[in-house]
Design a protein around this ligand. Structure first.
Ligand code: C5P
Length: 286
């Protein structure tokens, strides 16, 4: 039996997200405040059998198949940068972070895979190599690789610097069953990007684009704001909406009241009340 290495990759929310400019390569220059939250997946890595290829088993929430998973892409990318033969890895991923939700789960799994694979193989890339690899794999990966709790993220996502940390606190997350591809939201942003094209949002520049692609998301946001009398924000390119609360007990109380109200707009939504540490939500529905 070889050792099994484990990490709990955390989710994030974007407290702010400004799109500065569209770049020649199609990506966008961003300026965003990322906050790590206490909702985590579970990733384990061990040296595998002798059959030669890495194996990934995914359990938990649907939507993150093993095939094409960024975790496997990360292992391939490390292999191609190292000149020695590395044994196959047996990897398991338990998904608790809603998938394709604007919470960075896939990117966080990827950052943890970069660390765990190196540990399992007994190799060590330099910080510069790690960061370059992370940025290549996805725009949100450098933030998770940094290990920072709160950070200002700039450029395409590769410039990560510490931001004044809010100590304590909690958020209530509502993830509706709405498919919003990040690339489609950025494309719509470009289409809408004329003065006064749509009502803006001073906190997340991608909101008008997401709302125009998914009118039901706009309805959900006004329903949540009406019911709770709190401000709700969109994380990343959506569809997760969240509201900050001083304590996780308060976040859970608001969550329970929303569920009790049986709002049609919340049908099939995943709801999580989380602190900033985790590893598990204090309360979740269903
Ligand atoms: O880097 P990542 O694969 O996560 O990006 C997904 C998509 O989001 C990109 O293909 C691009 O369309 C868009 N994107 C962008 N500018 C960024 C990050 C993402 O346009 N800074």
């Amino acid at each position: 039996m070889t050792a099994v290495l484990e990490e709990r990759p955390p989710a994030k929310v974007n407290l702010t997200l400004a799109v500065i400019a569209r770049r020649q390569d199609g990506y966008h220059e961003l300026k965003s405040t990322f906050l790590r939250i206490g909702l985590t997946d579970r990733l384990t890595v061990a040296i595998g059998g002798a059959d030669g290829s890495d194996r990934l088993t995914v359990t938990g929430l649907p939507g993150a198949p093993a095939r094409g998973n960024l975790v496997l892409t990360a292992l391939d990318a490390i292999r191609s940068r190292v000149s020695i033969a590395l044994p196959a890895l047996d990897v398991t991923l338990e998904k608790n972070i809603p998938v394709a939700a604007g919470l960075g789960g896939g990117s966080s799994d990827c950052a943890s895979a970069i660390r765990l694979a190196q540990a399992a193989w007994g190799i060590g890339m330099s910080k510069e190599e790690e960061l370059a690899l992370a940025a290549e794999l996805g725009s949100d990966v450098p933030f998770f690789l940094s290990g920072l709790g709160e950070a200002l993220v700039e450029g395409r996502g590769e410039r990560v610097s510490p931001a004044a940390s809010i100590s304590g606190g909690a958020v209530l997350l509502v993830t509706p069953p709405i498919a919003l591809r990040t690339a489609a939201v950025f494309d719509r942003f470009d289409e809408l990007n004329q003065p006064n094209s749509l009502e803006g949002d001073s906190v997340n520049d991608l909101w008008p684009a997401a709302a125009s692609l998914a009118p039901s998301l706009s309805h959900l946001r006004s329903t949540l704001e009406g019911r709770t009398q709190d401000a709700w924000l969109m994380s990343g390119s959506g569809p997760t909406l969240f509201a900050p609360y001083p304590s996780v007990a308060q976040a859970a109380e608001v969550g329970r009241a929303l569920v009790a109200a049986r709002l049609p707009a919340l049908d099939k939504a995943l709801i999580n009340a989380v602190d900033l540490v985790g590893p598990d939500p204090a309360w979740r529905y269903p």
